[in-house]
Design a protein around this ligand. Structure first.
Ligand code: S3P
Length: 179
């Protein structure tokens, strides 16, 4: 049987470059909530950066660390949690987050994601000869997982503030209607 949901927190999911961190920080400030980023939590527990974890432990090692981080988050209260883009591919992790949080997924097109990430270098999965191709492929593979969120928000042509306002609306509605 599925555990009953008690909404204490707000979780942001979505592909790399959809704005989870900037929206998450702004939402946390406006709600007077704490802000936690699963990647930062993993890095602090591991004492290594995400690229180092991928190099030394592989993607499987990183995903295991993501599951452990999700376990730690179960006791969070009044927290906005921004997740790494691939965390949703583990259904048990998403179920665990849904027990205590509203799950909001941010969406953007492959082209927009490419534009937003092309000058960054900290994402091992995009360090490829054809990053746009990798984005298209991964986004298509993960699409059914992202769609399992409580709410899906399109970030195309919207500022961080506009997206944050939509996220907060969804959060308040979910809390009020008692998901
Ligand atoms: C990943 C996304 C990254 C980070 C890691 C893997 C993914 O987080 O967790 O590089 O699989 O999509 P962001 O979505 O915050 O960039």
């Amino acid at each position: 049987m599925r555990a009953r949901r008690r909404i204490h927190n707000l979780v942001l999911t979505g592909f790399m470059g959809t704005g989870k961190s900037s929206v998450g920080r702004m939402a946390a400030a406006l709600l007077h909530f704490r802000y936690v980023d699963t990647d930062a939590l993993i890095e602090s527990r591991a004492g290594k950066s995400i690229p180092e974890i991928f190099t030394t432990e592989g993607e499987a090692g990183f995903r295991q660390r993501e599951r452990e981080a999700v376990g730690e988050l179960r006791t969070c209260r009044r927290t906005v949690i921004a997740t790494g883009g691939g965390l949703v591919t583990d259904p048990a992790s998403v179920e665990s987050l849904r027990e205590h949080a509203v799950v909001v997924c941010l969406w953007a097109s492959p082209e927009t994601i490419f534009e937003r990430t092309r000058h960054t270098s900290h994402r091992p999965l995009l360090r490829q000869a054809d990053p746009l191709g990798a984005i298209r492929r991964l986004l298509a593979e993960r699409d059914p997982f992202y769609r399992r969120a409580d709410v899906l928000i399109n970030t195309e042509l919207r500022s961080t503030r506009e997206v944050t306002q939509q996220v907060l609306k969804a959060f308040h509605l979910a809390v009020k209607s008692g998901l």
